[in-house]
Design a protein around this ligand. Structure first.
Ligand code: SIN
Length: 296
């Protein structure tokens, strides 16, 4: 007989921040259970404090994941890669390297190759996203592969020399999906309605709407240029900003286990996937994406 699943009432939970304060584990919460407003508001506060929160050992149905994610706001139900939306549950986007018998990918197989914020090429970039792990690849020694890294953008901003902060303050940057899908083979997998690729102009430094922290808001995957600067000057300034964004001191690296639910703040952190696995090592995650507001 299998062991009964321990019931967690969600009345108390523990937040354990990582050593450098980017990312925190929340334990004592079962995301399938009802959650009071008081508990949710504690979780939300930890989320805004640490930029990334994760819950281990969850057993979520798609409905459970949708229902918890929705407490943070309205969920996105469309994608430039609409073929990877969950059939029947368009709030769920599949991230996976698995292929069916005809060789078709089940989900986005190369999402997150470069540091990015989700949907920064939209007028209203995503407020936050959640990935729930169903299958995680391992090496022969049992070590999990396909880690996801998160980098704090308020810490990256704070680390910039004053002269660089001044050059970026008040500037706007053009973010375009065309940069992410520059390769011809990538453009071919975009949905027809997105043949005109999304593009949006946002402040290069934005203010976090929940805690007022200043965050770098340019990213290597989508930001093409800073407006009103010569291309060379824009490229140099972006390179300086990206160097700060990639400082290992400001990162949390998530080593996945099946049953992990990881949620990140798309203003406070950028993220990057690791491609150190390949079939027959299988990776399958379900992503929900919460709609955000216009950055300022
Ligand atoms: C993403 O960029 O949303 C995917 C990250 C990952 O697969 O690790």
């Amino acid at each position: 007989m299998s062991e009964p699943k321990p019931q967690v009432t969600n009345e108390s939970f523990t937040v354990v921040p990582s050593l450098n304060g980017v990312g925190a584990e929340i334990s004592g919460v079962d995301l399938t259970q009802a959650m009071s407003d008081a508990v949710f508001s504690g979780i939300r506060a930890a989320f805004f404090e640490y930029g990334v929160i994760y819950f281990r050992g969850q057993t979520l149905t798609v409905e459970d994941q949708i229902s918890f994610s929705q407490r943070f706001g309205e969920l996105d139900k469309s994608s430039v890669l609409s073929q990877y939306l969950h059939p029947g549950h368009p709030e769920i986007f599949l991230v996976s390297n698995i292929v069916d018998k005809d060789g078709r990918h089940l989900g986005a197989y190369d999402a997150g190759r470069m540091w990015h914020f989700d949907l920064s090429y939209e007028a209203k970039p995503s407020m936050c996203s959640m990935l729930y792990a169903l299958e995680i690849p391992h090496d022969d020694a049992g070590k999990a592969l396909g880690d996801t890294q998160f980098a704090s953008m308020s810490r990256a901003y704070a680390s910039l020399p004053d002269a660089v902060k001044q050059r970026l303050e008040g500037r706007k940057a053009v973010n375009t999906l065309a940069k992410r899908f520059a390769r011809k083979e990538d453009v071919n997998i975009l949905s027809p309605e997105k043949s005109k690729l999304a593009e949006a102009t946002h402040p290069a430094i934005r203010t976090h709407p929940a805690n007022g922290r200043k965050c770098i808001f340019v990213n290597e995957a989508h930001t093409d240029r800073i407006l009103d600067l010569a291309r060379e000057e824009s490229d140099a300034l972006l390179a300086t900003a990206w160097e700060a964004c990639k400082n290992p001191a400001f990162r949390y690296r998530h080593s996945w286990r099946v049953g992990d639910a990881v949620m990140w703040d798309n203003c406070a952190v950028q993220h990057l996937a690791t491609f150190d696995y390949k079939l027959p090592q299988r990776r399958l995650l379900h992503r929900t994406t919460v709609v955000g507001a216009t950055p300022y």
